[in-house]
Design a protein around this ligand. Sequence first.
Ligand code: BGC
Length: 386
Amino acid sequence: MTFPSGFLWGASTAAHQIEGGNVNSDWWQREWGHLPGASVESPSGDAADSYHRYPEDMALLAAAGLDTYRFSIEWARIEPEDGWISRAAIDHYRRMVATALELGLQPMITLHHFTNPVWFARDGGWHSDAAAERFARYAEAALPALEDVDLVCTINEPNMVSVLADPEVGFPSIGLPPGVPAVTETLVDAHRRAVQIVRGAGKRAGWSVATQAYQPVPGAEAVAAAYGASREDVFLDAATGDDWVGVQAYTRTRIGPDGPLPIDDAAERTLTGWEYYPSAVGEGIRNAWARAGVPVYVTENGIATADDDRRIDYTRGALEAVASCIDDGIDVRGYLHWSALDNYEWGSYRPTFGLVAWDRDTFERHPKPSLAWLGEVARANTLVPA
Ligand code: BGC
């Protein structure tokens, strides 16, 4: 299976999950009980200290054979107080972009990956009428960091952001809570404004949606369609007319007449408790293409496991599904694995998604065999059957 020429191969991360010391974000404040929210197993702390170690992290990806690195810039660092922009933070992210380019990695930048500045959260967060305007102002302020960047993701998984807008809601293991309709509208508005700003600067804009492969049991088709409408489709529809749409897929959700069904007892589960289901990404791509009708990038796909052979199996299965979408004529332009590094999985360090592990005391990096494996696939632009 050979992929189209120019197909991007990479890995993704998010600032709060790897940088460390993101003290001005609402997540940090929640982790320490300074803002309302469900309690966490452990705080993010220093994370992987990638704020300082990003050159080493990027060099590992490039040396393995990958050509793209998706990372997020942190709003809480760039605008730590309402209306005040840190030039030093902008410079930091400019250096990250420059480092990626020097290493031969195309940087894909996410403007918002779940975390908000504390001031934004305290002032209503995404519930505030001013939220979309505030986000647009931040997007504008961030442009100098994006000078040499082509692909920009405005908001990561707006469907999860809508769910997380209720601070008491944690990450579910089956299905997705419905989200907050008014927040969904605000996010679509924020996205549209940011797309205009980013495009005005000559970049290609899109956003990345968590696709859940909602599969109806016979007779539950209408229930599944209704379930997916507010949790997935509304966000894919909002990508119509964008330059691209991102698909982020991990598992499937089977839907019965009363909603999501429990995972089969016999099914293999990953460290997040999700069903091992590599072909989910194909279903996500197909739905994104059918609804948004724009080029698709897989901006996240991966598995939390301590068994790196299983990570390779999973990724192989996922890439087979990606290849079959391409065979069917869908314009898929890249595959970015989640995640470059083991990272802070929103409350815990236990679920390990990384192609690279690191020592919790010394931060020393330990690339896993899966990184070399994916790098080989990338270099060959071909998936050789097992
Ligand atoms: C998010 C990541 C997260 C991953 C695994 C996605 O929902 O974008 O931040 O770590 O899935 O849960």
